[in-house]
Design a protein. Structure first.
Length: 184
């Protein structure tokens, strides 16, 4: 290997490591700035414990909490605060959301396959047309969530599932249900 090739490979390795550390160690401000600049692929990012709410809830403006279409596949989103965040069309497949708060979040058309929602608060969340195939929904709070046309095939579902809206919802066992679920 000649010197020029060796230097090129070293530079490529440095660039790769630099980009990797930026993605894996990101805070909310950097994520939101890069999103505003048009970047959408944040797969593998570690945002554990980060507050992604930019708008004050008493002055709620849906355009200020908009992360629609973002790719957070395989991201660590443990204990993140995403109350009223618009994640419509987002890719969170394989993401870990243990202990996260997504109260009233919009997850319409979101890809949530194989995501882990262990002890996650999804109270009042819109999961319309969401793909929740093989998702882990253990001890989850789904109180008042809308699962219209959602696909829960193969998902594990336990927790507070009272006041659910099911309309053409594919359940974990493959059955299709349409009803307002009012059980404890």
């Amino acid at each position: 290997m000649d010197t020029a090739t060796a230097l090129f490979l070293i530079e490529q390795t440095r660039d790769s490591a630099k980009n990797s550390s930026l993605v894996n160690n990101m805070d909310a401000e950097e994520l939101l700035q890069r999103y505003a600049a048009g970047e959408r692929d944040f797969s593998g990012v570690d945002l554990s414990g980060v507050n992604l709410n930019i708008a004050k809830l008493d002055e709620y403006d849906p355009t200020r909490n908009n992360l629609s279409g973002i790719n957070l596949s395989s991201a660590n989103l443990a204990r993140t605060n995403m109350i009223c965040v618009n994640l419509s069309g987002a890719n969170l497949s394989g993401a870990y959301l243990g202990g996260a708060t997504l109260t009233c979040a919009n997850l319409t058309n979101a890809d949530l396959r194989d995501a882990d929602f262990d002890c996650t608060d999804l109270e009042g969340a819109k999961l319309i047309n969401a793909n929740l195939r093989n998702a882990h929904l253990g001890s989850v709070i789904l109180y008042g969530a809308d699962l219209t046309n959602a696909d829960l095939t193969g998902a594990s579902l336990t927790g507070n599932v009272r006041y659910l809206t099911l309309c053409n919802t594919i359940m974990p066992d493959g059955t299709v249900r349409t009803e307002f679920l009012d059980t404890e």
